[in-house]
Design a protein around this ligand. Sequence first.
Ligand code: DC
Length: 222
Amino acid sequence: MAINIAIDGPAGAGKSTIAKMLAKELGYVYVDTGAMYRAMAYYFLQQGIAKEDAAAINAAVDGADVTIRYEDGAQKVLLNGEDVTGGLRTEQVGNMASSTSVYPAVRVKLVTLQQKLAKTADVIMDGRDIGTCVLPDAQVKIYLTASVETRAKRRYDELVEKGEHADLAKIAEDIKERDYRDMHREMSPLRQADDAVLVDSSDMSIEQVVSAILGIVKEKQA
Ligand code: DC
């Protein structure tokens, strides 16, 4: 049976950085489910569909074929056969993904794809509902979080490093809004699974978080 590790938590908690490092260390496949919601959102934006337009979103879901490919261990997201990975990590696409991930048609489609992937390999999957909904039987479940201030500052530094314009207060506002939406939507909202271990990375370095989670994995495996 494939071994699964689920990492959930709010936007900007460092899930993908940490999950990628863990996957490398453990020799597992990393599955970034946020990128799948982002690819769907990218499609809706391309089609000029408004996030409130439930009818248009439901009608468009079937037209978006999202698939995953791995190149040198890195996840590539294909939308209708085209590699859109490079265009997914903008604030616009992230906010649209948070808004459109509330629609059951979007979730059912992507959860099915995620469950199929987890059956074929040992995976570390990160997202919002992995431990509670996608992989309820995952052997290890982590809820990775950090304060809004810490998450906003990390995102700010990331943008500044890329030479992009950044407004710390606006980023913090967006994070709060996104948290609220992700935690209060009707279908599979973000929450810590009862059997997940809480890791608060506010005052931890990336290396400390990776080593803490590796410790939890080893403990579970023993
Ligand atoms: O992790 P991320 O920022 O790339 O995710 C973008 C949005 O996608 C997030 O705000 C909510 C949604 N999402 C979700 O609903 N369920 C997941 N498993 C992953 C992401």
